[in-house]
Design a protein around this ligand. Sequence first.
Ligand code: C2E
Ligand code: MG
Ligand code: MG
Length: 322
Amino acid sequence: HQMDRLQHLLSVPFNLDGQKYPSTISIGMAIGQPNLEYRPADLLRDAHTAMYRAKALGKTRFEVFAAGMLTEAVNRLQLESDLITALDNQEFLLYYQPIVSLQSGVLAGFEALVRWRQKDRGFVLPSAFIPAAEETGLIMALGQWIFREACRQLRQWQELFPQHQHLTMSINLSNRQFSQPDLVTQIAAALEETQVSGECIRLEITESMVMGDVDRAFDLMLQLKSLDLKLAIDDFGTGYSSLSYLHRFPMDTLKVDKSFVGRLENSNEDRAIIHTILNLGHQLGLDVVAEVSETEAQVVMLKQAGCDYGQGYFFAKPLDHQ
Ligand code: C2E
Ligand code: MG
Ligand code: MG
Protein backbone atom coordinates (compact mmCIF):
# COMPACT_ATOMS: atom_id res chain seq x y z
CA HIS A 1 0.00 0.00 0.00
CA GLN A 2 2.83 2.37 0.89
CA MET A 3 4.46 1.41 -2.38
CA ASP A 4 1.34 2.24 -4.33
CA ARG A 5 1.23 5.66 -2.74
CA LEU A 6 4.90 6.31 -3.48
CA GLN A 7 4.41 5.15 -7.03
CA HIS A 8 1.43 7.41 -7.42
CA LEU A 9 3.11 10.49 -5.95
CA LEU A 10 6.26 10.10 -8.03
CA SER A 11 4.36 9.48 -11.25
CA VAL A 12 2.87 12.95 -11.36
CA PRO A 13 3.97 14.69 -14.59
CA PHE A 14 6.63 17.31 -13.97
CA ASN A 15 6.85 20.83 -15.33
CA LEU A 16 9.71 21.93 -17.54
CA ASP A 17 9.61 25.32 -19.23
CA GLY A 18 5.86 25.43 -18.87
CA GLN A 19 5.43 22.01 -20.53
CA LYS A 20 4.25 18.91 -18.70
CA TYR A 21 6.30 15.74 -19.07
CA PRO A 22 5.29 12.30 -17.91
CA SER A 23 7.52 10.35 -15.58
CA THR A 24 7.42 6.71 -14.60
CA ILE A 25 9.06 4.96 -11.72
CA SER A 26 10.14 1.38 -11.10
CA ILE A 27 10.78 0.36 -7.51
CA GLY A 28 12.74 -2.55 -6.11
CA MET A 29 12.44 -3.44 -2.46
CA ALA A 30 14.49 -5.71 -0.19
CA ILE A 31 13.49 -6.50 3.35
CA GLY A 32 15.95 -7.48 6.04
CA GLN A 33 15.02 -10.39 8.25
CA PRO A 34 15.57 -10.16 11.99
CA ASN A 35 17.38 -13.49 12.35
CA LEU A 36 19.73 -12.89 9.41
CA GLU A 37 22.66 -10.56 9.44
CA TYR A 38 22.59 -8.16 6.48
CA ARG A 39 25.28 -5.80 5.44
CA PRO A 40 23.78 -2.58 4.08
CA ALA A 41 25.50 -3.19 0.75
CA ASP A 42 23.74 -6.57 0.43
CA LEU A 43 20.36 -5.03 1.03
CA LEU A 44 21.03 -2.37 -1.56
CA ARG A 45 22.19 -5.00 -4.04
CA ASP A 46 19.01 -7.02 -3.52
CA ALA A 47 16.82 -3.95 -3.88
CA HIS A 48 18.69 -3.12 -7.07
CA THR A 49 18.13 -6.61 -8.44
CA ALA A 50 14.43 -6.33 -7.65
CA MET A 51 14.26 -2.96 -9.39
CA TYR A 52 15.76 -4.42 -12.56
CA ARG A 53 13.18 -7.17 -12.39
CA ALA A 54 10.46 -4.52 -12.12
CA LYS A 55 11.86 -2.81 -15.21
CA ALA A 56 12.08 -6.08 -17.10
CA LEU A 57 8.47 -6.84 -16.26
CA GLY A 58 7.34 -3.69 -18.00
CA LYS A 59 8.37 -0.82 -15.70
CA THR A 60 6.12 1.47 -13.65
CA ARG A 61 5.69 -1.14 -10.94
CA PHE A 62 7.45 -2.46 -7.91
CA GLU A 63 8.96 -5.84 -7.08
CA VAL A 64 10.03 -7.29 -3.78
CA PHE A 65 13.34 -9.16 -3.80
CA ALA A 66 13.14 -12.95 -3.73
CA ALA A 67 16.08 -15.33 -3.39
CA GLY A 68 15.73 -16.75 -6.92
CA MET A 69 16.24 -13.32 -8.45
CA LEU A 70 19.87 -13.17 -7.54
CA THR A 71 20.68 -16.56 -9.06
CA GLU A 72 18.79 -15.51 -12.15
CA ALA A 73 20.71 -12.25 -12.39
CA VAL A 74 24.00 -14.06 -11.89
CA ASN A 75 23.08 -16.64 -14.55
CA ARG A 76 22.22 -13.88 -16.95
CA LEU A 77 25.51 -12.12 -16.27
CA GLN A 78 27.38 -15.39 -16.82
CA LEU A 79 25.51 -15.92 -20.10
CA GLU A 80 26.41 -12.43 -21.26
CA SER A 81 30.00 -12.89 -20.22
CA ASP A 82 30.22 -16.23 -22.08
CA LEU A 83 28.69 -14.61 -25.14
CA ILE A 84 31.30 -11.87 -25.25
CA THR A 85 34.11 -14.37 -25.75
CA ALA A 86 32.09 -16.71 -27.98
CA LEU A 87 32.63 -14.79 -31.18
CA ASP A 88 36.38 -14.54 -30.68
CA ASN A 89 36.54 -18.23 -29.78
CA GLN A 90 34.62 -19.15 -32.94
CA GLU A 91 31.91 -20.92 -30.98
CA PHE A 92 29.09 -19.94 -33.35
CA LEU A 93 28.14 -21.97 -36.36
CA LEU A 94 25.40 -21.88 -38.94
CA TYR A 95 22.92 -24.59 -39.72
CA TYR A 96 21.00 -24.58 -42.97
CA GLN A 97 17.41 -25.69 -43.45
CA PRO A 98 16.16 -26.48 -46.96
CA ILE A 99 13.24 -24.55 -48.46
CA VAL A 100 11.38 -26.59 -51.06
CA SER A 101 9.07 -25.55 -53.89
CA LEU A 102 5.77 -27.25 -53.07
CA GLN A 103 4.52 -27.35 -56.65
CA SER A 104 7.65 -28.88 -58.23
CA GLY A 105 9.26 -30.52 -55.20
CA VAL A 106 12.57 -28.92 -56.17
CA LEU A 107 15.00 -27.42 -53.64
CA ALA A 108 14.74 -23.62 -53.79
CA GLY A 109 17.24 -22.57 -51.15
CA PHE A 110 18.10 -22.54 -47.46
CA GLU A 111 17.55 -20.55 -44.33
CA ALA A 112 20.69 -19.96 -42.25
CA LEU A 113 20.04 -20.57 -38.53
CA VAL A 114 22.69 -19.74 -35.96
CA ARG A 115 23.83 -22.20 -33.27
CA TRP A 116 26.19 -21.79 -30.33
CA ARG A 117 28.49 -24.58 -29.22
CA GLN A 118 29.84 -23.73 -25.80
CA LYS A 119 32.08 -25.84 -23.58
CA ASP A 120 29.84 -25.81 -20.48
CA ARG A 121 26.45 -25.31 -22.07
CA GLY A 122 26.75 -27.66 -25.00
CA PHE A 123 24.66 -26.99 -28.07
CA VAL A 124 22.57 -23.83 -27.57
CA LEU A 125 19.57 -22.83 -29.69
CA PRO A 126 19.07 -19.18 -30.68
CA SER A 127 16.04 -18.61 -28.45
CA ALA A 128 18.36 -19.08 -25.44
CA PHE A 129 20.96 -16.51 -26.45
CA ILE A 130 19.67 -14.11 -29.13
CA PRO A 131 17.76 -11.98 -26.56
CA ALA A 132 20.91 -11.61 -24.42
CA ALA A 133 22.96 -10.87 -27.54
CA GLU A 134 20.43 -8.18 -28.44
CA GLU A 135 20.56 -6.66 -24.99
CA THR A 136 24.34 -6.51 -24.78
CA GLY A 137 24.72 -5.29 -28.35
CA LEU A 138 26.78 -8.35 -29.32
CA ILE A 139 24.14 -9.05 -31.97
CA MET A 140 25.71 -6.36 -34.16
CA ALA A 141 29.03 -8.18 -34.48
CA LEU A 142 27.33 -11.59 -34.46
CA GLY A 143 24.84 -10.53 -37.13
CA GLN A 144 27.64 -9.28 -39.30
CA TRP A 145 29.46 -12.59 -38.92
CA ILE A 146 26.26 -14.54 -39.71
CA PHE A 147 25.63 -12.58 -42.89
CA ARG A 148 29.18 -13.00 -44.13
CA GLU A 149 29.38 -16.68 -43.21
CA ALA A 150 26.06 -17.50 -44.92
CA CYS A 151 27.23 -15.69 -48.06
CA ARG A 152 30.56 -17.46 -47.98
CA GLN A 153 28.82 -20.83 -47.71
CA LEU A 154 26.42 -20.05 -50.53
CA ARG A 155 29.31 -18.97 -52.75
CA GLN A 156 31.12 -22.20 -51.99
CA TRP A 157 28.05 -24.28 -52.91
CA GLN A 158 27.60 -22.27 -56.11
CA GLU A 159 31.18 -23.11 -57.07
CA LEU A 160 30.84 -26.78 -56.15
CA PHE A 161 27.43 -27.18 -57.85
CA PRO A 162 27.34 -24.79 -60.81
CA GLN A 163 24.05 -26.32 -61.99
CA HIS A 164 22.32 -24.94 -58.85
CA GLN A 165 22.99 -21.22 -59.31
CA HIS A 166 19.38 -20.32 -58.53
CA LEU A 167 19.52 -21.43 -54.88
CA THR A 168 18.88 -18.61 -52.43
CA MET A 169 20.09 -18.11 -48.88
CA SER A 170 17.65 -16.66 -46.36
CA ILE A 171 19.29 -14.77 -43.50
CA ASN A 172 17.52 -13.50 -40.36
CA LEU A 173 18.01 -9.94 -39.23
CA SER A 174 17.54 -8.98 -35.61
CA ASN A 175 15.77 -5.90 -34.29
CA ARG A 176 18.91 -4.04 -33.45
CA GLN A 177 20.62 -4.83 -36.72
CA PHE A 178 17.67 -3.34 -38.53
CA SER A 179 18.19 -0.02 -36.74
CA GLN A 180 21.95 0.02 -37.30
CA PRO A 181 22.89 3.08 -39.36
CA ASP A 182 25.58 1.33 -41.42
CA LEU A 183 23.60 -1.87 -42.16
CA VAL A 184 23.42 -1.24 -45.90
CA THR A 185 27.14 -0.43 -46.20
CA GLN A 186 28.02 -3.55 -44.22
CA ILE A 187 25.86 -5.78 -46.37
CA ALA A 188 27.22 -4.27 -49.58
CA ALA A 189 30.77 -4.90 -48.34
CA ALA A 190 30.01 -8.51 -47.41
CA LEU A 191 28.43 -9.22 -50.82
CA GLU A 192 31.43 -7.69 -52.54
CA GLU A 193 33.90 -9.61 -50.44
CA THR A 194 32.20 -12.99 -50.85
CA GLN A 195 31.37 -12.40 -54.52
CA VAL A 196 27.70 -13.21 -54.03
CA SER A 197 25.08 -11.33 -56.00
CA GLY A 198 22.34 -9.68 -53.98
CA GLU A 199 19.50 -11.48 -55.70
CA CYS A 200 20.62 -14.80 -54.13
CA ILE A 201 20.12 -13.43 -50.62
CA ARG A 202 16.77 -13.12 -48.89
CA LEU A 203 16.73 -11.02 -45.72
CA GLU A 204 14.12 -12.06 -43.18
CA ILE A 205 12.66 -9.30 -41.08
CA THR A 206 9.71 -9.40 -38.71
CA GLU A 207 6.62 -7.25 -38.60
CA SER A 208 7.58 -5.55 -35.36
CA MET A 209 10.81 -4.23 -36.89
CA VAL A 210 9.04 -2.38 -39.68
CA MET A 211 5.90 -1.26 -37.92
CA GLY A 212 7.67 1.02 -35.41
CA ASP A 213 8.96 3.78 -37.65
CA VAL A 214 7.28 2.98 -40.94
CA ASP A 215 8.89 5.74 -42.99
CA ARG A 216 12.38 4.86 -41.88
CA ALA A 217 11.75 1.17 -42.48
CA PHE A 218 10.40 1.91 -45.94
CA ASP A 219 13.48 3.95 -46.78
CA LEU A 220 15.83 1.26 -45.49
CA MET A 221 14.03 -1.43 -47.47
CA LEU A 222 14.44 0.60 -50.66
CA GLN A 223 18.17 0.87 -49.98
CA LEU A 224 18.38 -2.88 -49.44
CA LYS A 225 16.43 -3.46 -52.65
CA SER A 226 18.94 -1.28 -54.49
CA LEU A 227 21.50 -4.01 -53.68
CA ASP A 228 19.10 -6.46 -55.45
CA LEU A 229 18.41 -8.26 -52.17
CA LYS A 230 15.13 -10.11 -51.67
CA LEU A 231 13.09 -9.26 -48.60
CA ALA A 232 10.87 -11.60 -46.61
CA ILE A 233 8.54 -10.89 -43.75
CA ASP A 234 9.11 -13.60 -41.12
CA ASP A 235 6.57 -15.08 -38.68
CA PHE A 236 3.76 -13.35 -40.54
CA GLY A 237 0.55 -13.15 -38.58
CA THR A 238 2.06 -12.93 -35.10
CA GLY A 239 2.92 -9.23 -35.07
CA TYR A 240 0.73 -6.25 -35.60
CA SER A 241 1.10 -5.64 -39.29
CA SER A 242 -1.04 -2.89 -40.51
CA LEU A 243 -2.42 -4.16 -43.77
CA SER A 244 -2.51 -0.61 -45.07
CA TYR A 245 1.30 -0.51 -44.98
CA LEU A 246 2.00 -4.00 -46.16
CA HIS A 247 1.37 -3.22 -49.82
CA ARG A 248 3.72 -0.22 -49.67
CA PHE A 249 6.71 -2.26 -48.58
CA PRO A 250 8.98 -3.64 -51.32
CA MET A 251 8.64 -7.22 -50.05
CA ASP A 252 9.15 -10.38 -52.08
CA THR A 253 8.14 -13.12 -49.67
CA LEU A 254 5.77 -13.74 -46.84
CA LYS A 255 6.54 -16.51 -44.35
CA VAL A 256 3.41 -17.80 -42.67
CA ASP A 257 4.04 -18.34 -38.99
CA LYS A 258 4.22 -21.83 -37.55
CA SER A 259 1.17 -21.27 -35.37
CA PHE A 260 -1.07 -21.28 -38.45
CA VAL A 261 0.60 -24.22 -40.15
CA GLY A 262 0.49 -26.25 -36.94
CA ARG A 263 -3.28 -26.00 -36.73
CA LEU A 264 -3.94 -26.81 -40.38
CA GLU A 265 -5.17 -30.31 -39.66
CA ASN A 266 -7.48 -29.26 -36.85
CA SER A 267 -10.32 -27.28 -38.24
CA ASN A 268 -11.93 -25.60 -41.21
CA GLU A 269 -11.45 -22.23 -39.55
CA ASP A 270 -7.68 -22.67 -39.41
CA ARG A 271 -7.64 -23.75 -43.03
CA ALA A 272 -9.65 -20.66 -43.90
CA ILE A 273 -7.02 -18.47 -42.20
CA ILE A 274 -4.21 -20.02 -44.23
CA HIS A 275 -6.23 -19.57 -47.42
CA THR A 276 -6.75 -15.93 -46.55
CA ILE A 277 -3.05 -15.33 -45.88
CA LEU A 278 -2.12 -17.09 -49.12
CA ASN A 279 -4.59 -14.96 -51.00
CA LEU A 280 -3.35 -11.79 -49.40
CA GLY A 281 0.26 -12.67 -50.20
CA HIS A 282 -0.50 -13.55 -53.80
CA GLN A 283 -2.65 -10.46 -54.32
CA LEU A 284 0.30 -8.37 -53.14
CA GLY A 285 2.57 -10.23 -55.56
CA LEU A 286 4.50 -12.11 -52.87
CA ASP A 287 5.73 -15.69 -52.71
CA VAL A 288 4.40 -17.50 -49.69
CA VAL A 289 6.52 -19.88 -47.59
CA ALA A 290 4.92 -22.10 -44.94
CA GLU A 291 7.25 -22.42 -41.96
CA VAL A 292 7.42 -25.52 -39.84
CA SER A 293 5.70 -27.93 -42.21
CA GLU A 294 5.97 -31.08 -40.13
CA THR A 295 3.60 -33.68 -41.53
CA GLU A 296 2.74 -35.04 -44.93
CA ALA A 297 -0.92 -34.06 -44.43
CA GLN A 298 0.09 -30.43 -43.87
CA VAL A 299 2.29 -30.43 -46.95
CA VAL A 300 -0.50 -31.89 -49.11
CA MET A 301 -2.97 -29.29 -47.85
CA LEU A 302 -0.53 -26.44 -48.33
CA LYS A 303 0.23 -27.56 -51.85
CA GLN A 304 -3.46 -27.82 -52.72
CA ALA A 305 -4.04 -24.39 -51.26
CA GLY A 306 -1.45 -23.00 -53.69
CA CYS A 307 1.29 -22.25 -51.18
CA ASP A 308 4.58 -21.70 -53.01
CA TYR A 309 7.24 -23.06 -50.64
CA GLY A 310 7.53 -25.25 -47.58
CA GLN A 311 10.20 -25.38 -44.88
CA GLY A 312 10.07 -27.83 -42.01
CA TYR A 313 11.01 -31.16 -40.49
CA PHE A 314 8.88 -32.96 -43.08
CA PHE A 315 11.55 -32.02 -45.64
CA ALA A 316 14.58 -31.70 -43.38
CA LYS A 317 15.76 -30.36 -40.05
CA PRO A 318 18.35 -27.60 -40.03
CA LEU A 319 21.65 -29.29 -40.95
CA ASP A 320 25.29 -28.35 -40.73
CA HIS A 321 27.10 -27.50 -43.94
CA GLN A 322 28.22 -31.03 -44.73
P1 C2E B 1 12.68 -18.36 -37.54
O1 C2E B 1 13.51 -17.43 -38.36
O2 C2E B 1 11.21 -18.29 -37.69
O3 C2E B 1 13.22 -19.82 -37.90
C1 C2E B 1 12.44 -20.98 -37.97
C2 C2E B 1 12.59 -21.84 -36.74
O4 C2E B 1 11.70 -22.96 -36.85
C3 C2E B 1 13.99 -22.45 -36.57
O5 C2E B 1 14.23 -22.51 -35.18
C4 C2E B 1 13.82 -23.86 -37.14
O6 C2E B 1 14.74 -24.79 -36.61
C5 C2E B 1 12.42 -24.17 -36.65
N1 C2E B 1 11.77 -25.21 -37.47
C6 C2E B 1 11.82 -25.37 -38.80
N2 C2E B 1 11.05 -26.40 -39.20
C7 C2E B 1 10.49 -26.92 -38.08
C8 C2E B 1 9.56 -28.01 -37.85
O7 C2E B 1 9.11 -28.69 -38.75
N3 C2E B 1 9.21 -28.21 -36.54
C9 C2E B 1 9.67 -27.46 -35.51
N4 C2E B 1 9.27 -27.74 -34.28
N5 C2E B 1 10.54 -26.42 -35.71
C10 C2E B 1 10.94 -26.17 -36.97
P2 C2E B 1 15.62 -22.06 -34.53
O8 C2E B 1 16.76 -22.40 -35.43
O9 C2E B 1 15.65 -22.55 -33.13
O10 C2E B 1 15.50 -20.48 -34.53
C11 C2E B 1 14.53 -19.83 -33.78
C12 C2E B 1 14.50 -18.35 -34.09
O11 C2E B 1 15.73 -17.73 -33.70
C13 C2E B 1 14.36 -18.05 -35.57
O12 C2E B 1 13.01 -18.17 -35.96
C14 C2E B 1 14.90 -16.64 -35.62
O13 C2E B 1 13.93 -15.73 -35.22
C15 C2E B 1 16.01 -16.69 -34.59
N6 C2E B 1 17.27 -16.93 -35.30
C16 C2E B 1 17.79 -18.10 -35.75
N7 C2E B 1 18.95 -17.90 -36.39
C17 C2E B 1 19.16 -16.57 -36.38
C18 C2E B 1 20.20 -15.72 -36.91
O14 C2E B 1 21.15 -16.18 -37.58
N8 C2E B 1 20.07 -14.37 -36.69
C19 C2E B 1 19.02 -13.85 -36.01
N9 C2E B 1 18.96 -12.52 -35.83
N10 C2E B 1 18.03 -14.61 -35.52
C20 C2E B 1 18.09 -15.94 -35.70
MG1 MG C 1 13.51 -16.82 -40.18
MG1 MG D 1 9.77 -17.69 -38.63
